[in-house]
Design a protein around this ligand. Structure first.
Ligand code: UP5
Ligand code: MG
Length: 190
């Protein structure tokens, strides 16, 4: 029934804008399950399959992985969870991602949280992350920025046209950002 439909929030923003960092805090504070599309895809790389190898080469090039692959991973993670509210981090990042999500999962997001941050700040954060991500090198970072500007921003504009985007100034300290998004999530259960 409708009342059992899970609550979904999409979290978008450029590479290094702090999506994962803030999603972890929100998940803990508000009982959401944090589903990072990038983390789900990276987990597949270790499966030693052709699909895993294809994902790895797309991520190394900063390109968007096949929508079917990503949507199926998100769908499976939702079905495997007992949670009724999900933060979907880093997805949908293309118009096609959005359309395949609509077809396969079809639950409209409550809203889209958009982390707004300058390229300079995002670049500095990614270059100092040091977590061994194959895409945290300057060459791939520039490709990720280009894909974000050309392919993902139009998705954010689409949701903005529906009045669904909440923009967060993400160029601040972590705690300040978290404080500014608290009220948005507090209001969900009111
Ligand atoms: N940091 C965080 N907040 C800070 C702050 N306020 N001040 C200073 N530093 C801050 O943060 C990045 C770094 O900055 C960290 O070191 C953090 O400590 C620090 P993080 O929270 O990790 O930022 P995030 O926005 O999550 O950055 P991420 O690199 O994960 O973003 P991307 O969108 O690039 O990565 P994602 O994992 O989503 O995708 C990677 C690739 O997977 C894509 O390029 C694509 O190839 C593929 N992909 C798909 O194909 N489809 C998908 O649907 C999703 C991914
Ligand atoms: Mg992330």
């Amino acid at each position: 029934t409708l009342s059992r439909e899970p609550k979904i929030v999409f979290v978008l923003g450029g590479p290094g804008s702090g999506k994962g960092t803030q999603c972890a805090k929100v998940a803990k504070a508000f009982g959401f399950e944090h589903l990072s599309a990038g983390d789900l895809l990276r987990a597949e790389i270790y499966s030693d399959s052709d699909e895993g190898r294809a994902i790895q080469s797309m991520i190394r090039e900063g390109k968007i992985v096949s929508s079917e692959v990503t949507v199926n991973l998100i769908h499976r993670a939702m079905q495997d969870s007992r949670c009724d509210r999900f933060l979907i981090d880093g997805f949908p990042r293309s118009e096609e991602n959005r359309l395949v999500y609509d077809k396969v999962i079809g639950i409209d997001p409550l809203f889209v949280l958009f982390f707004d941050c300058s390229l300079e700040e995002m670049e500095a954060r990614l270059l100092s992350r040091n977590q061994g991500r194959i895409d945290d090198n300057i060459e791939t970072i520039r490709k990720r920025f280009k894909v974000f500007a050309e392919v993902t921003l139009p998705v954010i504009e689409y949701y903005r046209s529906l009045g669904k985007v909440v923009t967060v100034n993400a160029a601040r300290a972590q705690q300040e950002i978290f404080k500014s998004i608290l009220p948005i999530f507090s209001s969900i259960d009111e």
